[in-house]
Design a protein around this ligand. Structure first.
Ligand SMILES: [Zn+2]
Length: 352
């Protein structure tokens, strides 16, 4: 199956933390035939493979939300102040297009307003702007117009306005929200790969909500499912344009990254070794990383007793409007995920 169209839809889908509905609707459309689907009220989507329930449970996880904004206040002049949902660097925010969800359910185009240089004093010109000084402008001239004509209201979700595209050969993808829509696509592809297969484990995929504001969906899912194993698919920040070749551990085009540690988790070393060995056995390129930052939903499952690994697809410029990722990294993440699902059994899991 060709996944570029799915990735295009998922990347373009508007779903900041807490408002993941569009993403979930797309995933439901692509669900394999041998699963049951359910949701909870933090907006997790559970995709449970039908079959015997006495086998050890392996949970796949990818988060559906993306970083963005939420309207905090509608100002007298018709502009709107906002808060960030997730970690966004202030200097990346102004002078970009956004879409704001209005009271009729339509996405309205707006600009994160940057003060024209003509109105800046020298102090303003020489420092970074603060988020609380920025506003979103949909073109209204008063609060009444913003509300009445444009349908603006408090707590409206706001997403980066970016359209997915690919290089001519389709290898390099440019778009928004690859953290973690590329992970959602990979997880869905793995579920398709194991469709109809009789595994030695029970399998469920969680499309979890609200990761960017603190793994809230995964916390709920981990407590509900209490799996023995968790495999998290992430769009993780590529470092190859930031660090030297010798220092880089997450380069685009060198395969999925498996982290030994980040600030939320020490990866189960036995499961990590098993995953690395499986990659080698199947000739799947992978990168190993020892990360001094970062954190993923894997920690939520680990806290509930699972052995967890993270399969990270390198994404350049994560948490900004635009990112790059590569099709071969995506495909190798799917191959590794599918290989783990077919090789894991009770005895191996008990050895972790
Ligand atoms: Zn993420």
């Amino acid at each position: 199956m060709e996944y570029t169209e799915l990735i295009r839809k998922l990347s373009n889908a508007k779903g900041v933390s807490g408002f993941e509905d569009e993403v979930i609707a797309i995933i439901r459309d692509y669900a394999p035939s041998d699963v049951t689907l359910s949701e909870d009220s933090v907006r997790n989507l559970y995709m449970e493979k039908k079959g015997e329930q006495d086998k050890p449970l392996v949970v796949l996880d990818a988060h559906t939300d993306e970083v963005g904004f939420i309207v905090q206040r509608i100002n007298d002049n018709g502009t709107m102040s906002f808060l960030c949902l997730g970690g966004i660097v202030a200097s990346n925010i102004p002078a970009h297009k956004v879409k704001v969800l209005n009271s009729e359910g339509k996405w309205v185009s707006g600009i994160v307003a940057a003060k024209p240089p003509h109105f800046m004093n020298s102090e303003e010109r020489n420092r970074l702007p603060k988020v609380e000084e920025m506003v979103i402008d949909v073109g209204a001239s008063s609060r009444e117009e913003a509300v009445g004509k444009y349908g603006m209201r408090l707590a409206a979700p706001v997403v980066f306005d970016v359209d997915f595209e690919t290089s001519d050969d389709g290898e390099v993808m440019l778009g928004k929200a690859f953290d973690d829509r590329i992970g959602c696509a990979a997880q869905l592809a793995v579920m398709k790969e194991i469709e109809g297969k009789d595994l030695k484990v029970s399998a469920a995929a969680v499309f979890s909500s609200q990761e960017e504001v603190g793994a809230r969906g995964a916390d709920t899912a981990a407590r509900k499912l209490r799996p023995r194993i968790a495999i998290c698919f992430e769009g993780c920040p590529a470092d190859d344009t930031v660090l030297s070749v010798g220092q880089s551990q997450t380069a685009m085009g060198k395969g999925p990254m498996l982290r030994h540690i980040d600030i939320c988790m020490i990866t189960n070393p036995r499961f990590q070794r098993f995953a690395l060995d499986i990659a080698e056995k199947h000739g799947i390129p992978v990168q190993e990383a020892v990360r001094s930052g970062g954190g993923t939903n894997a920690a939520s499952y680990q806290r509930e007793g699972a052995a967890a690994v993270v399969i990270g697809i390198p994404v350049r410029y994560a948490h900004s409007h635009y990112g790059f990722c590569r099709r071969d990294d995506f495909e190798n993440a799917v191959r590794l995920g599918a290989a783990l699902m077919t090789e894991l059994d009770k005895e191996i899991i008990n050895s972790f």
